[in-house]
Design a protein around this ligand. Structure first.
Ligand SMILES: Cc1cc2nc3c(=O)[nH]c(=O)nc-3n(C[C@H](O)[C@H](O)[C@H](O)COP(=O)(O)OP(=O)(O)OC[C@H]3O[C@@H](n4cnc5c(N)ncnc54)[C@H](O)[C@@H]3O)c2cc1C
Length: 376
């Protein structure tokens, strides 16, 4: 492991995997990327993004595209169920940059921007509808067999295949399994009224309602619900269940959104799961990144952020040092930040579930955003 990495395989073409491929090419490292979905699809929900995520877009060269197709703003407004503004959490300053404080975009739109960047940078050998079938580690390289019959050797394999990672299963059989948090989230896309120019959240007793603009015309609605058991929810009941969750919020805007929902609405329901694998996240020449190793609940809107940052930091470290040293440095730079996001998000969910201290909730959000604004 004393050689520097010249050829890397990325398994998984989500936000973390694409960011890794782009960042490695920026450092002139050869990259293969395999993605199991032949159509490279992403489901159609909105994605909230802090300033730290927009900083990663700048590093990847996609900030301008994001600004063209998404929505950039600042601050987060926390409101009572009747709409009274309780507090505005100011956006932390990303010192010395002109990067907006936060923003949001539809997932498929960001995925297409990143896919284009992954293709346009040149030199990423992308194979869709393809995955690994075996990973064999040797002293000088790691050999990977693929579902399309190919077998290739690499200096490093990066598992970026998400929450239910097969790379994790194969290489880290004793890793913790994802666990259900006791909350589920509902999401829907609605027209954006002019008054919604940043994230606005209404905190109820055990339910949290929020909106975030995703473009000039649209915003997305998210509703966190306390649901003790992770059971099947019949899609035929989605509209009625979401309307019931909004009913106890007298705020005029929440009631307007409730009235907008109907059979035509595309509603996404998702139980929230999380996992944080103890360090190190590498074994020999195989490293896990993104949700495969630190899947956070979305309370800080920072899951994509820390996965993309993983790719940037990995590429920086691999460019300058022998592999083993680079992986150690990667862990040093990533562990505390990712742990903070996963554990603080989990704590926010606990407070929401038991109708806990709203001041503590606001404080954790603010200190976490502040920590995320620090350089990576
Ligand atoms: C309800 C919900 C809301 C969220 N909201 C936000 C938010 O507002 N803001 C935010 O920043 N984050 C949010 N997150 C978190 C964010 O979605 C994730 O952190 C992020 O998508 C992780 O990206 P990833 O690339 O690591 O994993 P994934 O997005 O899961 O991508 C994994 C990729 O690997 C591919 N793959 C899977 N298995 C294989 C295999 N065996 N071989 C090859 N390819 C494979 C998949 O097809 C996929 O393309 C939210 C998460 C949830 C659950």
């Amino acid at each position: 492991m004393n050689n520097t990495a010249k050829k890397v395989l990325v398994i998984g073409g989500g936000f973390s995997g694409m960011a890794t491929a782009i960042a490695l090419r920026q450092q002139n490292i050869a990259v293969d990327l395999v993605e199991i979905d032949p159509e490279w699809r992403v489901y159609g929900a909105g994605l909230s993004l802090g300033g730290a995520t927009l900083r990663t877009f700048q590093a990847l060269g996609i900030l301008d595209e994001f600004l063209r197709h998404g929505f950039a703003g600042k601050d987060t407004q926390l409101c009572a169920p009747d709409g009274a503004l309780l507090v505005t959490l100011p956006t932390p300053d990303l010192t010395g940059t002109a990067i907006p404080g936060n923003g949001a975009i539809m997932r498929p739109v960001l995925a297409r921007i990143m896919e284009r960047a992954t293709r346009d940078i040149g030199g990423v050998d992308i194979r869709l509808g393809c995955t690994f079938t075996a990973i064999e580690q040797g002293a000088d390289s790691v050999a990977v067999s693929f579902s399309d019959g190919l077998r290739r050797r690499y200096d490093l394999v990066v598992g970026a295949d998400g929450l239910f990672s097969k790379v994790r299963e194969a290489v880290f059989p004793h890793a913790p399994k994802p666990s259900y948090s006791g909350q589920a989230v509902w999401r829907a896309v609605l027209p954006r009224p002019d008054e919604i120019t940043c994230t606005r959240i209404w905190t109820g007793l055990q339910t949290k309602v929020g909106v975030n603009p995703v473009s000039a015309e649209q915003m997305y609605l998210f509703v966190n619900e306390h649901r003790p058991r992770n059971e099947f929810v019949d899609p035929a009941t989605f509209v009625a269940q979401l309307q019931d969750l909004l009913a106890p919020f007298p705020a005029p805007l929440v009631q307007w959104m409730r009235a907008q929902l109907g059979e035509h609405s595309s509603i996404i329901y998702r139980p929230l799961e999380g996992m944080l694998m103890p360090r190190p996240w590498y074994q020999g020449r195989v490293l896990l990144i993104g949700d495969a190793v630190h899947a956070t609940t979305p309370h800080l809107g920072s899951g994509a952020c820390i996965g993309i940052e993983d790719g940037l930091v990995l590429a920086e470290e691999l460019a300058g040092a022998p592999l083993e040293q680079a992986l150690e440095r990667f862990m040093e730079r990533r562990w505390e930040r990712c742990r903070m996001v996963v554990e603080n998000s989990m704590r926010l969910g606990e407070i929401e579930k038991c109708g806990g201290d709203k001041a503590e909730h606001a404080r954790i959000m603010q200190t976490s955003f502040q920590a995320l604004a620090e350089p990576i």
